[in-house]
Design a protein around this ligand. Sequence first.
Ligand code: ADP
Ligand code: MG
Length: 243
Amino acid sequence: MSIVTVENVHKRFDDNEVLKGVSLNVETGQVVALLGRSGSGKSTLLRCLNGLEIIDSGRIEISGHTMDYEPKRLRALRQDVGIVFQSYNLFPHLSVAENIMLAPNLVKSLDKTKNRQLAEQVLDRIGLLDKIDAYPDKLSGGQQQRVAIARALAMEPRVMLFDEVTSALDPELTEEVLAVIEQLARDGMTMLLVTHEMNFARRVANMIVFMNEGRIWETGEPEAMFAHPQTPEFRAFTSRNVK
Ligand code: ADP
Ligand code: MG
């Protein structure tokens, strides 16, 4: 069953049409890697999926929510759709636990003990339980990004969106973040991720979406797509990016 349905979505910024009729279906448990050159519309598409950008036309349905930007329904939708960016934006004056519990506190009205348990649960999942009372500046960039992922998981989302979450990290820190995402994939989380890590995309994704100039240019299963690019654009992209 589809958990994400995108139908003929158009999005423009002034006279720059960034999404030119994007349609996409994602099944529950699928891992979709969004690839494409800078400026091809990948981030905009992800942002549209949790209502950070308002589409001009088309239809988005995600985890049973129809995107209509009505504030109350939008909040409900965002509880089901987590997003993590390149910049992790943890609050420096709050501990790891406090960062994680901030949003659940606002929307879930759990008591203190339950909240703490939730923080423990998600930190255990990303392997940072021992940092629960640490402050962000005591963590490496990779650990901070993992906490940002844990913070999104604390809302118990049904779909996770990742936008180049390792792009700001050194290679040795990239691996630990990719490992967390790979574990989520094994746990059956539905995910759409924008990444430059081609080997990771090939290994973890079960669907590749190659975007070019605001359109889904080519899509398919990783092995077949990388072995036999169907378009000159994807062929050029892989020859530049796959070693
Ligand atoms: P990608 O993530 O594939 O690099 P983006 O979705 O970020 O691409 O950007 C696609 C195009 O939309 C670019 O030309 C970018 O300059 C433009 N764009 C993105 N966000 C905005 C915005 N908030 N205002 C104006 N233009 C934007
Ligand atoms: Mg981007």
